[in-house]
Design a protein around this ligand. Structure first.
Ligand SMILES: [Zn+2]
Length: 138
């Protein structure tokens, strides 16, 4: 993938993540998050965080985004973008890192962006070194 294609993908993913962000259901924390991922087949899927009065049932944007792809029959991803309107960029939580490691290659890039056009990227391996993955069940 060329640098230009990556830039276009990040831009489209940021737009999709921002749209998902606008639908986030976070009445308790007020911490709204959107995520979008590019599947291996080139589709963009997105998700937002969905909180619950029973707090432990809250599901993050990243996991809802990945679940949306799985619902559509896709299990492989090229990259994932997380959008917030926090000044400090938001990395995925531990639970999401485990789910990301299930579906994205260790070398895949995860990028956090915000409304100020700040961005930071990590590889999946940086987010969760020595991850427990499906290969550990073989
Ligand atoms: Zn999370």
């Amino acid at each position: 993938m060329t640098k230009i294609q990556q830039t276009l993908n990040i831009s489209a993913l940021k737009t999709a993540a921002k749209t998902a962000y606008s639908n986030a259901y976070a009445p308790y924390s007020k911490f709204y998050v959107g995520a979008a991922a590019l599947t291996k087949s080139g589709n963009i899927v997105s998700g937002c965080n969905v909180e619950n009065a029973s707090y432990g049932l809250t599901v993050c944007a990243e996991r809802n985004c990945i679940a949306q792809a799985v619902i559509n029959g896709e299990h492989e991803f090229q990259t994932l973008v997380i959008y917030t309107e926090q000044e400090k960029l938001t990395p995925p939580c531990g639970a999401c890192r485990q789910v990301i490691a299930e579906f994205l290659e260790q070398s895949a890039i995860v990028t956090a962006v915000n409304h100020l056009d700040h961005q930071i990227s990590w590889t999946v391996k940086q987010l969760l070194p020595d991850a427990f993955t499906p290969k550990d069940l073989e």
